[in-house]
Design a protein around this ligand. Sequence first.
Ligand SMILES: *Cc1c(COP(=O)(O)O)cnc(C)c1O
Length: 429
Amino acid sequence: MHSFRYQGGSLHCEDTNLESLAREHGTPLYVYSKATILDHYRRLAAGMSELDCLICFATKANSNIAVLNLLAEEGAGFDIVSAGELFRVEKAGGDPGKCTFAGVAKTRKEIEYALDRGIFSFNAESEAEVRHINEIAGEKGVKAPIAFRVNPNVDAKTHAKITTGKSGNKFGVDFDLVRDAYARAAELPNIEVRGLQMHIGSQLTTVNPFVEAVEKVGPLVEELKSNYGIEFFSIGGGIGIVYEDSLDSGDLDWWSQGQNRALTIEQYSEKLVPLLKPLGLKIILEPGRYMVGNAGVLLTEVVYEKQGTTKTFKIIDAGMNDLIRPTLYEGHHDIVPVKEPSGTKTEIVDIVGPVCESGDFFAQNRELPSVDEGDLIAVLSAGAYGFVMASNYNSRPFPAEILIDGETAHVIRARQSFDDLIAGETIPA
Ligand SMILES: *Cc1c(COP(=O)(O)O)cnc(C)c1O
């Protein structure tokens, strides 16, 4: 479900008119729907209700503390990839005892911080990391809970830059080496072996790679349970979302429309719960994109139109520094006018930003309803890996972020000022 639809000729998020919102707060502007985020969380929790399941939101997908707070209030845990994310989670009211810490390069400072805060588990990506954690835990006189991230060597069949579970990827410990890694870790005096984790990739649009990975790793999990008494098995995140024709489904329940669209929670739970339940362990899920992707849009204004000999460019006031997915992952985002198109007039256009890079585009050779200079457009499904990947490149201040709750718009991050841009910089005397 998502909460973006036309009402009275203008795109709305829940009961808020996005035309008025953009005129009030300026563009580019990120807008998130509270109802959509909560719906996604509750839908997944319901699908997994037969399991002892902890949903650890992948903080990196959208780490605004207001978004984290919504999920913390629902009882979610958090998958973090840095000490900075753990800081955010706590500021948002999240429980460090429900945090798992992923990442291939955890530093001494980060390990110390996470130990002090009492996280649920370090999901370790190498034996060297576990030796390091053991040493630091020893200095503090504590036992550190760890799991290894296993690389199951299955093909997630997603974009190369978001595939993580093949043996050629830098993530996790190779499936064939992980038993020995556990045996050595269990010998370390300051380590408590608590679980096993995997995460095979992002934006998976069928359940099959998850099934393949769980079937492959399941027997190992049972072995580790009997040898070391592990408590949990995390199957990672990666649930894919709809990026195309996402508005057409309006407020219809697209998750149950199924059929070559996104992976539905029904398909996901129907296949996975029967495989996971017999393990008799706490199951952890680490969804990021699923939770917030379709819950956000980026509003932007058409600044100029430029007719070339071969192309028509619509130049907008948002750039790749605000949303990098199109150029980084060849990510498709639907783009719609905020004012509901009255006719059927369309044009084949490139939607490009102001940044001095040819990679600064949002759509190429795309047929879109005609829009004029000064019109607002919405880049859909921008709630995950959107603002969090923004930079100040070209000295462009970060956009503001708004959380919509019905008719109420909360500014959850103020637009940066020029002074913010140079904060911390000094000219040597
Ligand atoms: C990024 C990440 C996730 C979340 O992936 P999504 O595709 O956004 O669900 C989960 N676990 C780990 C370890 C990750 O790095």
